[in-house]
Design a protein around this ligand. Structure first.
Ligand code: LUZ
Ligand code: MOS
Length: 750
């Protein structure tokens, strides 16, 4: 099957929110706080207002409803009033006849801020008690009873950095007033229903007054789950006040400065093992840098806790996590959503333990892999466990012993260049950890010519969800995919949609699509039975657009069947709702069954280090991935490749730096280096065979986020290469491990 819209993208004809420009549109630009923390004592917008081309300058006073866009926790004003909490926090909105005029007027706004001390580090915020939500603790067994019996103990600290989403399309929205006083808002968002609800709150109107439509997104990666809302709400506010269409589009530098990133974590770990390398006890403390507002931070932290033990069974565990409030733009959802940070801490602990035991980390990884029925610290037991299957398949398929020999030979023959390899066994839980979000609906129309329109709440962010939903409808009806159009998402056709997030969009919306198609298919069976004078509709089947009776092909075709159903005055549309069965979580006990299933896999990463320069090249990443019975192998392969490379970027190249006043220094894409074609290694992807997933849509598995974690192996491969170059090198677990840091470590004085 082809990727829907591939031609449009190849020709540059695909339309994005920014491509819609109704006549008479005004343009907005955001005036943001220059201070990380302080009290606004004076705000003068008069000079800006009187500049040529400026139509209005809006502040919090212009908000007719509630000045509040916090979702989980209501701690986020749309426009700052008395206090500012980070550099880049919106204070005022200039609306003008052109983008250039709007931006020029920003310089004429005068603000006086009495600065207050700002906090940027999560451990310091924790000490001061600046927490969001409760400290969470997951416990299994009893670590304190086991510590004295452990023959090997390791402890340490781990830091992982922020990561910018770098969606190609920056944050933007267009709001258009409607005749009834409501608004139609085009928004580049993963969460149109959340946008609709919060815009209604800000404007003080009913949700039915606000329609949010999403064309397609030029990438999101979690950055448009919560953080598309402010820009849509600001455009909506201006359109509502001025009764004109208003567009708000951030430039790249504004986007980099004003929006949040992946949460940096600072963590402590302690691990106890037997001398044979069995992990007996594990303890970790996560200090999450949440930034200035709650946003999704508590949910991200929760997913970290769920992924604390990685792909391993550990009988005694205590994990604690704190969401620490700092004076940075609020950090937010980013592919993996807290799981990569926790998995990295686990792998760092194992790496350290392997050093002490003088064994290859892979030996410890293999020994402690999850097995069928093992409990996670959150109560659920692992079902259809494929951790060992993926590991063993990767050893066979990628001829690991030959690979290791080749690397040993290379290292023996080369003085200045050294190679390292490392592996990452993956285990990722699928479902939103907030159980209520695991629902979706679909609206399917069959037109009288036999063509089909499918609407769901899923947003096409480039991940190919439309192609998957098209495949689901085509399979359920057994008709050609070309007959099926998957529509853009809008809140008038699909209500109360969960965000396109948590890797669940194809699963949840695909299930709903299948149910709606089945409802129509049942009606079609009845029509066909009538036409064929048969009193058993269940004896009717449709295969490749032809009607079958008792397994025997008839002359009745799909189009005829549809036309007759219409003439018989039978409905050709259906709406269906799907909710993931049998999931729950009790936050008092911290136990439950939060996930429908887990995704497994194994990656092997090989890197070559230039010991003279500290530069490195990732040669290859070899993946064995459990995609279930893939709905669309080409798309799933693309997700594995992209995820793995994005994961490598997070831990190596991508470094976000701010000055001591909380101002972002890496605010261009020349300062902030992301993986490109030259950086990307060869990616080999093998899907585990005979891997049907009974819990999944047509036995498939979700794909979006899990492969991001494969990049973690790259960090440890690099540490191994550094060790080969200089055995006594001091190794911190502090990502990103940029070439500069590698060089400093290799030549640090002992
Ligand atoms: N978003 C969310 C997510 O709201 N809840 C989740 O559990 C989640 N997981 C991954 C990515 N986004
Ligand atoms: Mo996401 S991190 O699934 O928006």
């Amino acid at each position: 099957m082809k990727r829907t819209e591939a031609e449009l993208h190849a020709r540059g004809e695909a339309l994005f929110t920014a491509d819609y420009l109704p006549e008479g549109t005004l343009f907005a630009a955001v005036f943001a706080s220059p201070e990380a923390h302080g009290e606004v004592s004076h705000l003068d917008t008069g000079a800006a207002r009187s500049q040529a081309g400026v139509v209005a300058v809006l502040t919090a006073k212009d908000i007719p409803g509630e000045n509040q866009i916090g979702n989980l926790i209501q701690d986020e004003p749309l426009l700052a009033t008395r206090e500012v909490h980070y550099v880049g926090q919106p204070i005022a909105l200039v609306v003008a006849k052109s983008e250039a005029l709007a931006r020029r007027a920003l310089a004429a706004i005068h603000v006086v801020i009495q600065s207050r001390p700002a906090v940027f580090e999560p451990r310091e915020a924790f000490k001061r008690g600046n927490l969001i939500g409760p400290v969470r603790t997951f416990v299994l067994g009893d670590v304190d009873r086991i510590w004295p019996r452990c023959e090997v103990m390791v402890e340490g600290r781990v830091d992982t950095g922020a990561q910018e989403h770098v969606y190609m399309e920056t944050q933007n929205a267009l709001a258009i007033p409607r005749e009834d006083g409501g608004l139609k808002v085009f928004s580049s968002t993963q969460a149109p229903s959340m946008g609709q609800r919060l815009i209604a709150r800000v404007l003080g109107c009913a949700m039915h007054q606000i329609e949010v439509e999403v064309p397609r997104l030029g990438g999101a990666f979690g950055g448009k789950e919560e953080q598309a809302t402010p820009w849509a709400a600001l455009a909506a506010l201006a359109a509502h006040r001025l009764q004109k269409p208003v567009k708000l589009a951030l430039r790249r530098r504004e986007d980099l400065r004003m929006t949040g990133k992946r949460h940096p974590y600072s963590s402590d770990f302690k691990m106890g093992l037997s001398k044979e390398g069995q992990i007996l006890a594990y303890e970790a403390h996560y200090y999450q840098n949440a930034g200035a507002t709650a946003d999704l931070s508590t949910a991200v932290l929760e997913r970290s806790l769920f992924h604390a033990t990685g792909s391993y069974f550990i009988p005694n565990v205590r994990i604690q996590g704190a969401c620490c409030r700092t004076n940075l733009p609020s950090n937010t959802a980013c592919r993996g959503f807290g799981a990569p940070q926790a998995t990295f801490v686990m792998e760092a602990a194992l790496f350290r333990a392997a050093q002490v035991l003088k064994v290859d980390p892979a030996a410890l990884q293999r020994k402690n892999l999850l097995r069928e029925g093992d409990p996670f610290p959150y109560g659920m037991r692992v079902e259809n466990c494929r951790a060992e299957a993926c590991w063993e398949e990767s050893v066979r398929r990628y001829e690991l012993s030959a690979l290791e020999e080749r690397i040993a030979r290379f290292n023996a023959e080369h003085g200045l260049e050294k190679k390292g390899i490392a592996r990452l066994p993956l285990c990722f839980g699928i479902s939103f950890t907030s159980t209520f979000l695991n629902q979706a609906s679909a609206l399917v129309h069959v037109y009288t010519d036999g063509s089909v329109s499918v609407s769901t709440g899923a947003i096409e962010v480039g991940q190919g969800v439309k192609a998957k939903i098209q495949a689901v409808a085509a399979r359920t009806f057994s008709i050609a995919p070309e007959r099926i159009k998957v529509e853009n998402t809008t809140t008038t056709r699909i209500a109360n949609a969960s965000p396109t997030a948590a890797s669940t969009a194809a699963d949840l919306n695909g299930h709903a699509t299948r149910l709606a198609c089945l409802t129509i298919a049942k009606r079609l069976q009845e029509t066909a039975a009538r036409l064929l004078s048969c009193d058993r509709p269940e004896a009717i089947g449709i295969i490749d657009e032809m009607v079958y009776l008792d397994g025997v092909r008839t002359d009745l075709r799909w189009e005829q069947l549809i036309a007759q159903t219409y003439l018989d005055r039978i409905g050709l549309s259906a709406h269906a709702h799907y909710a993931t069965p049998q999931i729950y979580f009790d936050r008092n006990q911290e136990k439950g069954r939060p996930f429908a299933y887990h995704v497994f896999g194994t990656a092997i990463v090989e890197v070559t280090l230039d010991g003279l320069r500290g530069t490195y090249r990732f040669d290859s990443i070899k993946v064995t991935h459990d995609a279930g019975a893939s709905l669309h192998p080409a798309i799933d392969r693309g997700q594995v490749e992209g995820g793995a490379v994005q994961g490598l970027g997070w831990l190596t190249l991508e470094e976000i730096l701010s000055d001591d006043q909380g101002r972002l220094l890496t605010d261009t894409l020349t300062d902030y280096k992301i993986p490109d074609l030259y950086f990307a290694p060869e990616v080999h992807v093998h899907f585990l065979e005979q891997a049907e997933n009974p819990e999944g849509l047509f036995h498939s598995k979700a794909i979006g986020e899990p492969p991001f974690l494969y990049g973690i192996a790259g960090y440890f491969a690099l540490l191994k290469a550094m060790q080969h170059f200089r055995p006594e090198v001091k190794m911190d677990f502090a990502a990103p491990l940029t070439p500069e840091k590698v060089l400093m470590a290799l030549y640090a004085e002992a």
